[in-house]
Design a protein around this ligand. Sequence first.
Ligand code: C5J
Length: 231
Amino acid sequence: MSPSVTVAADPGPFPLPEARVALLVIDMQRDFLLPGGFGESLGNDVTRLQRIVAPLARLLGAARAAELLVVHTREGHLPDLSDCPPAKLRRGNPSQRIGDPGPYGRILVRGEFGHDIVDELAPLPGEPVIDKPGKGAFHATGLAELLDGHGITHLLVTGVTTEVCVHTTVREANDRGYECLVVADCVGSYFPEFHRVGLQMVSAQGGIFGWVADSTAVLSALLASPAPSPV
Ligand code: C5J
C-alpha cells in the first residue's frame, strides 16, 4: 500500500500508511446478532445489526487481500464469571443476565455457541481474536501489545454496537495515540438515533475521536493500493 493512499472521509482524508493499518472487527457475535438470541430477547431489532454483515464481509475480504492485520474481538466472560465485575452482572434485565442459560448457550460466556462470531465473518486461522470482559477492546486485554508488535498506528473500526463497544474502543484507542476511521455502514446499533449521533460524535470538532467514511470509500482506497508483493 502506498503511503500516499487516503480514504475520502469526514472531516478530511484519512491516510492509509503502508503496513501500519489494521482492520478491527468488534463483537460480531451470535448473542448480539442472531434472531431468537440474547440481543433480540432484550427487545432489540437484530436486523439493524444484521444489515452490516454483507458490507463488512466485503471489507474483510478486501482487507485480507491487501494483507492488512485483521483483529476480531468478542465480549464475554470466563465460565465462572470471575472476570465479570458484580456491577456489570447486576445490571440489565434480571431474567436475562450474563451467564444465564440462553437460546444459544450461556449468555456471553466464552466457549458457548452464542459467544462466537457469526459464520459469515468467521476469523481465518491465524487472525487474532481478542476476548474482552469490558466494552472497550483495550481494557484487560493484550490488544495494545498486539498492535504495537505489528507497528500499527491506524485502525479501521467496524462491528457492534456503534455507541457502546465501538465508541468505547475508539475512545480508548484515541487516548493511546491510534488514528481511527469508523466505517459507517460496517458499524451497527439497535438504536438508529444512537448510531447516527454516535458517528457524528466521532468526526465532530475536526475529528475529535477520528474519521468516518462508508466502506465504499475504504474499498476504493484499498483497491488503489499496489497489490501486495509475492513472498
Ligand atoms: C453491548 C457491544 N452493546 N458489543 N456490547 O453490550 O456493544
